[in-house]
Design a protein around this ligand. Structure first.
Ligand SMILES: NC(=O)c1ccc[n+]([C@@H]2O[C@H](COP(=O)([O-])OP(=O)(O)OC[C@H]3O[C@@H](n4cnc5c(N)ncnc54)[C@H](OP(=O)(O)O)[C@@H]3O)[C@@H](O)[C@H]2O)c1
Length: 237
């Protein structure tokens, strides 16, 4: 699909990977609606992009918002959803573990209430994470949720084919506002997190958005996951 002249809806489009995707869609000539919870983050959006507030966990609000903007050709969600539990599973606070699945419920709402509004030949693209297929110590919640997102995409792709396509981009460690640490501590954090990767540095939001654009534009790709992780899934330990 050539995105020029097409309409795109991007959840989590006000920061990091979602914002970089909005920028690429706009550069390609698409009309874009970006969605997040905080209005303050909308100032980062390129000129001409519409902004709406919605919490992806609120199915009724999501359904109303998607109906309002329907039809659209491109539906993307990079919305984090909620908190993320870290640490050994046998010491895990189970409420925290369950809450980590807010990311899945948000994506499930996007697909459930969005798919019918995507025009024929259009696509849905979600974002998982490298721990889904190579879980490092303390990342069992991230791994479980990411794996569930990828499984949902493979399953739903069958149901919606051949009318529309559904895919997922899986990032490794990406330098985005999701990590709040600043300065030297931030540099050190990313160096430590990526030291064992085949490409030992943090990725950029633009590198992830490049892969999302590939999934949006390539009409022969569905039900698959594209890794943008510097080789994280091949690392040992
Ligand atoms: N950065 C990484 O290293 C990394 C690694 C693996 C996977 N990922 C995944 O990549 C995706 C994007 O992450 P990012 O690094 O780009 O994060 P980010 O910079 O923090 O951006 C997250 C975006 O999602 C929105 N959002 C979060 N929760 C939401 C909710 N409940 N409802 C609606 N919007 C919501 C945020 O806006 P508001 O806060 O205003 O709502 C923001 O626009 C996430 O799914 C994350 O799990 C990231």
């Amino acid at each position: 699909m050539d995105v020029s002249g097409k309409k795109a809806v991007v959840f989590g489009g006000t920061s990091g990977i979602g914002l970089a995707t909005v920028e690429k869609l706009v550069a390609g000539g698409a009309t874009v609606v970006a969605i997040g919870r905080s209005e303050s983050k909308a100032s980062a959006l390129p000129n001409g992009v519409s902004f709406e507030t919605c919490d992806v966990r609120d199915g009724d609000a999501m359904a109303a918002l998607l109906s309002k903007h329907a039809p659209f050709d491109i539906l993307v969600s990079a919305a984090t959803g909620g908190g993320r539990a870290l640490g050994p599973f046998l010491e895990m606070d189970m409420d925290g573990y369950k809450a980590s699945f807010d990311k899945l419920w948000g994506y499930a709402n996007v697909v459930r209430f969005g798919a019918a509004h995507v025009t024929d030949g259009g696509s849905i693209t979600l974002v998982s994470g490298a721990p889904a297929r190579n879980c490092r110590p303390g990342q069992i919640a991230l791994s479980s949720v990411g794996g569930a997102v990828e499984a949902m995409v493979r399953a739903v792709a069958r149901e919606v084919a051949p009318r529309i396509r559904v895919n997922v981009m899986s990032p490794g460690s990406i330098d985005t506002p999701m990590v709040a640490v600043e300065g030297e501590a931030r540099t050190q954090l990313y160096a430590n997190m990526t030291a064992g990767n085949l490409i030992p540095r943090a990725g950029t939001a633009a590198e992830c958005a490049h892969a999302i654009m590939y999934l949006v534009e390539n009409d022969f790709v569905t039900g698959t996951t594209v890794d943008v992780d510097g080789g994280w899934v091949l690392r040992e330990g």
